[in-house]
Ligand binder design. Structure first.
Ligand code: S3P
Length: 167
């Protein structure tokens, strides 16, 4: 039973690609944000806006560290989750980490809907994305495999993941 954990910036396509990988390999699909929203009864966007990012990170930590995956799964991890060392080590132990990598410019194009992305709302969105990537990329690069996702279709990326992980 091998789990696949997708990491990378918001807007890179973890959910879309993750769903396809789960269908191609008969795995469950799990989105960490979905579990947070279910537990809290509110959207991630509302949690961050109303309670603050620190509060969101505590909830995210508790939710992810209590995951006990019973069937083979593909997990899409919220973009900032692996910056917590315990979450990173937990996910690394749990499955194969896949970094979906994209340039700041393509992430910028893919995050136009800032309504649901409070972390990108205040200031120049491209600059915020560049700054976040700069602090996160070395952690993302500790993944088992790195998949370039610029200018590729979700299905093409998903098939690449299946092939490279021999799923
Ligand atoms: C975040 C990414 C979001 C969500 C929250 C914070 C981040 O998840 O967890 O808005 O810090 O990058 P996705 O990466 O699934 O969009």
């Amino acid at each position: 039973m091998e789990h696949v954990i997708l990491v990378g910036m918001m807007g890179v396509g973890k959910t879309t690609v993750g769903r396809i990988v789960s269908q191609l390999t008969a795995r469950n699909f799990i989105d960490t944000d979905y579990f947070i929203e279910k537990q809290e009864g509110m959207s991630v966007s509302d949690i961050i806006t109303l309670k603050g990012e620190d509060c969101f990170r505590k909830i995210e930590r508790n939710v992810i560290l209590s995951f006990r995956l019973k069937t083979s799964s593909v997990v899409s991890a919220g973009g900032g989750a692996v910056m917590d060392n315990d979450i990173f080590l937990f996910l690394k132990k749990t499955g194969k980490l896949v970094y979906l990598k994209a340039s700041p410019e393509s992430l910028y194009k893919r995050t136009a809907n800032i309504g649901s992305r409070p972390l990108l709302r205040h200031g120049n969105r491209l600059e915020i994305i560049r700054a976040l990537l700069q602090t996160r990329e070395s952690r993302y690069m500790e993944s088992d495999i790195v998949i370039e996702s610029d200018k590729r279709s979700p299905i093409n990326i998903a098939e690449d993941i299946v092939e490279r992980l021999h799923l």
